[in-house]
Design a protein around this ligand. Structure first.
Ligand SMILES: Nc1ncnc2c1ncn2[C@@H]1O[C@H](COP(=O)(O)OP(=O)(O)O)[C@@H](O)[C@H]1O
Ligand SMILES: [Mg+2]
Length: 242
């Protein structure tokens, strides 16, 4: 039986290259509750997020049958075409506030432990679009959630074009596990990983990158190409609408 804490993430590039085997690197959501996907424009961040939403819809089911749900915001308004819990452009804050409300309910005694995910794609561009005061409030809220959601089986996934550790307040950067895709900027890589690890991160193509998870060496990954978009869309709609 699939361990519900482990979600397929992407192929292990080393195995793929040397043995032609398509073996997955998994996302252990218990050990690494929150992710940020960082990469240049066109590196495949949004494509990867959609694929991950599909995997979560299929695999993040609790042992008692509890269904996963996602709250999704995308400042560019391009990730999904609709859904009850999808907000684009100027409504992204609703994704954050509704996820936050569910977290508060659990913190105040709601025993539900079903998998919940907050996705904000184009997080840094979204912050940059706000007045300074509002951006600070949002960063504070995200920082608090990054620190606290783990024990509630709630998780955060941020898509960032150009992220720096300083974008995450009060050291909450340490609660994020990073996936670099394509050719992330040197400044971004240098701001999140040690110099030794940064030297292992090479420029790669679209849909290719590295996981840099807490306490682990960078691991090269290759994002699978979706075979059946209609099926993926159905799985995502279940996650954001049911
Ligand atoms: N792993 C992949 N396999 C096939 N096509 C991909 C893959 N990743 C991205 N693409 C395609 O590349 C283009 C850019 O991807 P996108 O996810 O929009 O990039 P980003 O969000 O980083 O700007 C899109 O047309 C997308 O369909
Ligand atoms: Mg995108």
């Amino acid at each position: 039986m699939v361990n519900t804490h482990k979600i397929p993430l992407a192929y292990d590039t080393t195995l793929l290259t040397y043995t032609n085997k398509k073996e997955y690197v998994f996302w252990d959501t218990d050990q690494f509750p929150n992710l940020a996907i960082m990469g240049n424009s066109g590196s495949g961040k949004s494509y990867f997020i959609r694929l991950l939403l599909g995997y979560i819809s299929k695999y993040a089911i609790t042992a008692t049958g509890g269904q996963p749900k996602a709250y999704v915001g995308c400042f560019k308004n391009e990730l999904l075409t609709g859904g009850k819990r999808f907000w684009g452009r100027h409504d992204v804050r609703l994704a954050l506030s509704q996820f936050h409300a569910e977290f508060e309910a659990r913190a105040n005694g709601d025993p539900c432990k079903d998998f919940r995910l907050l996705v904000i794609d184009e997080y840094i561009s979204w912050l940059a679009s706000m007045e300074a005061k509002e951006a600070k409030e949002v960063q504070k809220c995200i920082a608090e959630l990054l620190f606290m959601v783990r024990s509630k089986n709630m998780h955060i996934l941020l898509g960032c074009h150009r992220g720096m550790a300083t974008d995450f307040q009060h050291g909450s950067r340490d609660c994020l596990n990073i996936i670099f895709l394509g050719s992330p900027s040197k400044e971004s890589v240098g701001s999140f990983v040690s110099r030794e690890d940064a030297s292992m991160i090479e420029k790669r193509g679209r849909g290719e990158g590295y996981t840099v998870f807490d306490g682990q060496k960078p691991k090269a990954i290759t994002v699978p190409t979706v075979q059946d978009m209609a099926k993926l869309d159905m799985a995502i709609q279940k996650l954001v609408s049911d």
